[in-house]
Design a protein around this ligand. Structure first.
Ligand code: SAM
Ligand code: SF4
Length: 326
């Protein structure tokens, strides 16, 4: 078992397959020229499998594939298939632009639930946010997944003045669609120009929804990062991931592995442990993993507190989100 000094058991591994992406979401990718990692710097398929197996031996029961965009990787299918044989709950977060090529692979690997990022229901705004014209493909792929019986969660990063005016439209979507909308508070990462004024908090999101809909707080599972809500009479539901205004660090069970094989024990941790280098040098990985978990800060990577009003994003040392793996 991987237990940190704050008595938290870590049984959920998020693996970034690549820092490459076919979209350019401004909150994720730095504005200045970003150079994707060269292939040899990335964990190769067999290395991912070896590292994942080791985590499973240490009690990991759930693995999420993420990125960058995991499905732009040429050997994504091979990796999904191999990880599907580990006997863990396998899930993926994707921008859904390439999902149509992977539905069968998902089914065969036992993936039942897919998280999809979609920050707007307006085609022109999609282009503004992602700098690519893929709105129709994403919508089509969401429908395909639903028709094939997948559980679909839609991740919406809420940014003030950009898409907070669409919160009610997203809720309306849940009336007939069996989806969960997950509103995510905008978080600060390198190069994404975060500031407090762009943040729409849990409280503000609920106030907006309350203008038009009644909702009920639902049970949260033990390690949920989201506060879940049901909407009477709706096929779908919604949730809020309130990392900034109401963090959930005390129940955190997550470990992250970046595409270049470094452990980040928290999304906001400054420290990283280079597992890939150790693997390539034929060194023991377990001591590195254990010391990384032991050194995990109590909250928010030790870089800031839930008093988000006081955050100066320039003082936070981290990678950009695309290089961490969301
Ligand atoms: N490409 C995939 C996607 O977009 O779903 C997976 C990787 S993406 C980095 C994972 C999640 O992180 C997405 O839901 C994205 O919206 C979220 N994300 C990225 N930058 C963020 C930020 N600054 N604040 C909050 N969420 C962010
Ligand atoms: Fe790509 Fe996902 Fe980041 Fe958007 S949020 S740039 S789709 S990795």
């Amino acid at each position: 078992m991987l237990i940190d000094n704050h008595h938290r058991t870590h049984n959920y591994l998020r693996i970034s397959l690549t820092d490459n992406c076919n979209l350019r979401c401004f909150y994720c990718m730095p504005e200045e020229d970003y150079h994707f990692m060269p292939n040899q710097q990335l964990m190769q398929a067999d290395e991912i499998l070896k590292i994942a197996k080791l985590f499973v031996e240490q009690g990991v029961t759930k693995i999420r594939l993420t990125g960058g965009e995991p499905l732009v990787r040429k050997d994504a299918r091979e990796i999904i298939t191999a990880l599907g044989k580990l006997g863990v709950e396998l899930t993926i977060t994707t921008n859904a632009t390439r999902v149509e090529h992977f539905v069968d692979a998902f089914e065969e690997a036992g993936i039942r639930s897919v998280n999809i990022s979609l920050d707007t229901l307006q085609k022109e705004k999609f282009h503004l946010i992602t700098r690519r014209d893929q709105f129709d493909v994403v919508k089509q792929n969401i429908d395909t997944l639903l028709s094939r019986g997948f559980k679909v969660k839609i991740n919406v990063v809420v940014v003030k003045g950009l898409n907070d005016s669409e919160i009610l439209d997203f809720i309306e979507w849940t009336k007939n669609a069996s989806i969960q909308i997950r509103f995510i508070e905008f978080m600060p990462f390198d190069g994404n120009k975060w500031n407090r004024d762009k943040l729409v908090t849990l409280h503000e999101i609920l106030t907006i929804i309350n203008e038009k809909y009644s909702f009920i707080a639902a049970e949260n599972a033990a390690h949920d990062t989201s506060k879940n809500f049901t909407l009477p009479g709706h096929a779908g539901s919604f949730a809020i991931i309130s990392t900034m205004s109401v963090p959930f660090c005390n129940t955190c069970n997550r470990i992250r592995l970046t595409a270049d094989g470094k452990i980040k024990n928290c999304l906001f941790s400054e420290e990283e442990s280079d597992l890939l280098k150790a693997l390539r040098n034929d060194e023991e990985l377990l001591p590195l993993i254990e010391s990384s978990i032991k050194s995990k800060h109590k909250e928010l990577g030790g870089q800031f507190t839930k008093q988000f009003e006081l955050i100066d994003a320039d003082t936070i040392h981290n990678r950009s989100m695309i290089a961490i793996g969301g």
